[in-house]
Design a protein around this ligand. Structure first.
Ligand SMILES: O=C(O)CCC(=O)C(=O)O
Ligand SMILES: [Fe+2]
Length: 374
């Protein structure tokens, strides 16, 4: 086999992209019993509590999240993954799956916060397939996984059982009225889509490298040495920027978009411009772009859409609009992202704000955004 055959096969298999008609991502919800025994579920909650790694992604929600992928994978998490993957293969026609994200989530009805209580508004997930394993059932009232797209059917797995479904099916958890509900949330995508994304990236890197080689040759032929020396002495602009940590920033961090660039102590994040960010955004774009997105693939719109795509619910959207458009300072966070990404040296803030304002207005009006910068 030629070197690129695997990548081409993966691309063919991965098509259509998420949101473009792969029926499996709309796979109907199903209860799967005995993913873990009740004792194993208790042990997993105890291990999660002992890790001390819980974070609150949104102060308005009484929800704490422990990104299990940051901790050592326990055998219990691996067992749950094997069981739900087998069920997704049987029920939804899934193929070989890879992990997109794995989280332990704790919904505590007595924790401070008000917006949505101890639950999650309706949303779609990352990846193509999702599973929620109930591991802590010390709650009363509410607390089921509700599926808006399926006549609001609400499923209540027993402790150690799971709900599985396609990631594009809208769902959320009704707030627990009393006590604490704990789940293991598992998100998957097809393995060949990962291979396809890597292959597309390698092609892009190849093309860019050839262009860069030509540009370098041209530069070496014609460069003006004196001017270059002068430039080298000019103060070096930092190729990164800092911004105030927000809920959305946290989501980006959690989904691996900003890597290690989050400083817990100062609650600030630093955006890298080394290409890793855009690589991940491209993969995320493939996994989460709105299906009616009219923009052609374009670096800046990818950032905007990726950002909007992580805001999977009404509350988050309202918060975005209030936070970034309501007070006359549109787009601080996303503006910072775009500005750094497009122009590490600075500038371009006004253009960036225009992009965000257009997008945010379209989102608020529930219209599909047109492409302001393509
Ligand atoms: O808690 C639940 O029942 C659903 C969790 C969920 O949808 C998620 O974590 O994405
Ligand atoms: Fe979900």
């Amino acid at each position: 086999r030629r070197w690129y055959d695997r990548g081409r096969e993966a691309m063919a298999k991965c098509h259509p992209q998420r949101g473009a008609g792969d029926a499996r991502e709309n796979c109907a919800p199903l209860l799967v019993d005995d993913v873990l025994t009740p004792d194993e579920a208790d042990a997993l909650v105890a291990a999660a509590d002992a890790s001390g790694g819980y974070r609150r992604p949104n102060p308005a929600h009484r929800t704490e999240e422990l990104p299990a992928f940051l901790t050592e994978k326990t055998e219990l998490v691996a067992k749950a993954q094997r069981a739900v993957i087998a069920a997704l293969q049987e029920h939804c026609g899934a193929g070989e799956l890879i992990e997109v994200a794995t989280l332990v989530k704790k919904y505590d009805a007595s924790a401070p916060g008000s917006a949505f209580g101890a639950g999650l508004p309706q949303h779609k997930d990352h990846g193509r397939f999702s599973a929620t394993v109930l591991i802590g059932d010390g709650f009363f009232g509410g607390g089921g996984t509700r599926f808006e797209d399926f006549d609001n059917v609400t499923l209540f797995p027993a402790k150690g059982a799971a709900v599985i479904h396609g990631a594009m099916v809208r769902h959320g958890s009704d707030p627990a009225q009393k006590g604490v509900r704990v789940i293991l949330a598992l998100f998957f995508d097809e393995d060949h889509c990962n291979v396809a994304a890597e292959f597309q990236l390698s092609l892009l890197v190849g093309v860019v490298s050839v262009l860069a080689a030509f540009a370098l040759g041209y530069f070496l032929l014609f460069m003006d040495f004196e001017e270059t020396t002068a430039r080298r002495e000019a103060p070096v602009e930092a190729a990164s920027a800092r911004d105030t940590m927000s809920y959305y920033g946290r989501r980006l961090v959690e989904f691996g978009l900003l890597g290690e660039h989050f400083d817990e102590r100062t609650e600030t994040w630093t955006i890298d411009t080394d290409g890793d960010l855009i690589r991940k955004l491209r993969i995320l774009w493939g996994a989460t772009a709105p299906s009616d997105a009219p923009c052609p693939f374009d670096a800046a719109t990818v950032v905007v859409y990726a950002y909007i795509a992580v805001m999977t619910n009404e509350a988050a959207r309202a918060k975005l609009l209030a936070e970034y458009c309501g007070d006359g300072r549109p787009g601080i966070v996303i503006g910072g992202l775009l500005d750094v990404f497009l122009n590490p040296g600075g500038g371009r803030v006004a253009a960036v704000s225009d992009v965000l304002t257009t997008m945010a207005t379209a989102v608020a009006a529930k219209k599909s955004p047109t492409c302001p910068i393509a």
